[in-house]
Design a protein around this ligand. Structure first.
Ligand SMILES: [Zn+2]
Length: 238
C-alpha cells in the first residue's frame, strides 16, 4: 500500500505516505479539533493522490482542512500545499525562501522563536533547516518534531505506524553518539544546534508520542528517549 493511516490518540491521526523514489515514508499528521482540522505537513506534490486517499479514509475532505502548518520548508513537507485552498497556511519565516513564489504568497509566517497556533505551541529548532520548528499539542501530549529527529528510510513495524520502537531508539542513540565523537561532523552539521534542539524538545512536559517527519511514531517513555540522546551527546573528543 502506498500509504498507511493510524490513529495515534484522541483525534490525532498519523499518515505515512510511501515514497518509492526516496525509499522512505514521508509523514503528515491530522488533528481534529472542534470542527477545525489541522494538518501538519503535507508530503510531496506527487504524493497528492495518496494524501487525499488517506484523508478520505479518515473521513476528511481537503476542504475540511482549515489550518496547514509546515514543520519546515522542504518539498516532502510542503509539496502538496496547493490541495488545501481553504486552509490558512503557516511556516516559519526562516524557511519561507524554500517555498515556491506562489506558496510564499499563500503561507503566513511565524516570526518568533516560540508561540502558539490554534492551540499548538511551536518552538524554533533551526537545525535541519533554519526555519525548522517543533509543534506540541498539550491536549494529547503529541510532539511533532519534523526532521530534527526522524526515521527516514525505516519500514513500519508489524503493529503499524505507532510503536515503542526499541531498536529505533538504540539506533538513534548510536547515531548521535558516533556524531558526537566525530569532530569534523560536529562542526559540519552544527552538532551544538542539534543538541540545543533536543533540549528544547525535552523541555515539553508529559510527552506521550513522538511524531517525526518520516517513519514510525514512538509511544511512551519519550522523555527517557530524548534524555538518553542528550546524554549521548555529552561526549566531546580531542
Ligand atoms: Zn523530510
Amino acid at each position: 500500500m502506498a500509504y498507511q493511516v493510524m490513529k495515534i490518540t484522541g483525534d490525532v491521526f498519523g499518515i505515512a505516505l510511501w515514497d518509492s523514489s526516496w525509499n522512505s515514508y514521508n509523514n503528515c499528521y491530522l488533528i481534529k479539533r472542534s470542527g477545525a482540522f489541522i494538518l501538519i505537513d503535507c508530503g510531496k506534490e506527487e504524493q497528492s493522490h495518496e494524501l487525499m486517499a488517506a484523508l478520505s479514509q479518515i473521513g476528511v475532505d481537503r476542504e475540511h482542512i482549515r489550518v496547514l502548518i509546515a514543520t519546515h520548508g522542504h518539498k516532502d513537507h510542503t509539496g502538496a500545499s496547493h490541495l488545501f485552498t481553504l486552509a490558512e497556511k503557516w511556516i516559519h519565516v526562516h524557511d519561507a525562501v524554500r517555498l515556491s513564489p506562489k506558496q510564499q504568497e499563500e503561507f503566513q509566517k511565524m516570526d518568533s522563536c516560540t508561540g502558539e497556533i490554534r492551540g499548538l505551541s511551536f518552538t524554533l529548532l533551526g537545525h535541519h533547516t533554519e526555519g525548522s520548528i517543533a509543534l506540541y499539542d498539550p491536549a494529547t501530549h503529541c510532539l511533532f518534531c519534523g526532521d530534527h529527529i526522524c526515521f527516514f528510510g525505516e519500514k513500519l513495524p508489524q503493529e503499524g505506524l505507532l510503536t515503542f520502537g526499541a531498536h529505533l531508539r538504540v539506533k538513534t542513540r548510536e547515531f548521535v553518539t558516533a556524531w558526537s565523537q566525530n569532530q569534523e561532523d560536529r562542526h559540519k552539521y552544527r552538532f551544538d544546534v542539534f543538541v540545543q534542539g533536543l533540549q528544547l524538545l525535552s523541555s515539553y512536559k508529559e510527552i506521550e508520542f513522538l511524531a517525526t517527519g518520516h517513519g514510525p511514531v514512538l509511544r511512551t517513555q519519550i522523555h527517557d528517549f530524548l534524555n538518553s540522546l542528550v546524554s549521548a551527546t555529552d561526549n566531546p573528543t580531542t
